[in-house]
Design a protein around this ligand. Structure first.
Ligand code: XMP
Length: 318
């Protein structure tokens, strides 16, 4: 694709010219945008790029490990991985209000990123995976999730370091970002990942969050996503995940009575995330994930499927 390689070559030349021999830091989340931005910038300036990956403890199962493998080992990016899970969990202890949880997670993220970025000296640029829809969105007034989202995106801008912003994907739409990513050699499954909210599993565990619930949800979610890939359904839905309800119900396992949590499987189809329908996943598939989750995840004895559209429901539960 001539236009695409041309775009990549020009952008790399621009980055080289602008950055010179200065240092750049970038908050790598493992999501599509920050990952493509990181690999692109790395092509231009190599080890002058320092990535920071904050493990909030609210990420999907093994996310930190996978990011280090996919981008640290395979693409040779310099990644500073910060395990901040204890900080996040202790700040969230006993908090069940959704908006409060979002605020705590957002603020803590900024604090951790800010502290971490000060470990690196002589940094002149902060790189971000801002894409064109983010630029538009931040110019209009929207609901609380987009406020948090933009907060999250510009979040961590360490002010006293006086950094210049480097946003090489600013003019691209999502599908173009994916094409750039693939052209740069990032595997299909990584550039086609579903979006994942900044507050992470913190807003998919209803009510108060604790380590045990995070573990339970990570296991259940991992089974769902794994089966979606295995059954070639992942790319047919826009976003899919498991929600953990703090509701226990009675069940039976062998000769034992159980009294455990309820998991809700959520999958949505949408083009713009403003409206969405629930995915018509095959019954056989739902049966498979229900059985696997109940049999393999200790702490869950009941699985429900969310059949709500947006509006009036939202995609996330909090
Ligand atoms: P809702 O739940 O509002 O979600 O239908 C629409 C899309 O936005 C994502 N989302 C968020 N993303 N920070 C984010 O970065 C947030 O606080 C947040 N809340 C919702 C959600 O995952 C879906 O893709």
């Amino acid at each position: 694709n001539w236009k695409l390689t041309n775009y990549i070559d020009e952008t790399i030349a621009d980055i080289k010219q602008r950055v010179g021999d200065q240092k750049v830091i970038l908050g790598l989340s493992g999501g599509v945008d920050s990952s493509v931005a990181a690999v692109l910038i790395h092509r231009a300036i190599g080890d002058q790029l320092q990535c920071i990956f904050v493990d909030t403890g609210l990420l999907r199962k093994d996310e930190g490990k996978k990011v280090m493998e996919n981008y640290g080992e395979h693409f040779n990016l310099k990644i500073d991985m910060v395990d901040a899970s204890e900080r996040f969990l202790s700040k969230l202890a006993g908090v069940s209000d959704p908006e409060e949880k979002r605020k705590i997670i957002g603020n803590e993220f900024v604090a951790v990123f800010d502290e971490e970025s000060h470990k690196f000296t002589d940094v002149k640029f902060l790189a971000q995976g801002t894409i064109y829809p983010d630029v538009i969105e931040s110019q209009s007034v929207k609901g609380p999730s987009s406020v948090i989202k933009s907060h999250h995106n510009v979040g961590g801008l360490p002010e006293e370091m006086n950094l210049e912003l480097l946003e090489p994907l600013r003019e691209l739409f999502k599908d173009e970002v994916r094409k750039v990513g693939e052209e740069l050699g990032i595997p299909h499954h990584l550039v086609h990942r579903h979006p994942f909210p900044g507050p992470g599993l913190g807003i998919r565990i209803l009510g108060a969050v604790d380590e045990e619930k995070v573990r339970i949800l990570q296991e259940a979610d991992d089974i769902f996503i794994e089966e979606l890939y295995k059954n070639k359904l992942y790319d047919t839905v826009s976003q899919a995940f498991v929600v953990l309800l703090p509701v226990k119900s009675v069940g039976v396992m062998g000769d034992e009575r159980t009294y455990e949590y309820t998991a809700v499987v959520r999958s949505a189809n949408t083009t713009d995330f403003m409206t969405a329908t629930w995915s018509r996943l095959p019954y056989e598939f739902l049966d498979t994930i229900s059985n696997r989750i109940i049999n393999e995840v200790r702490g869950i004895n009941r699985v429900a499927y969310d059949i709500s559209s947006k509006p009036p429901a939202t995609i996330e539960w909090e």
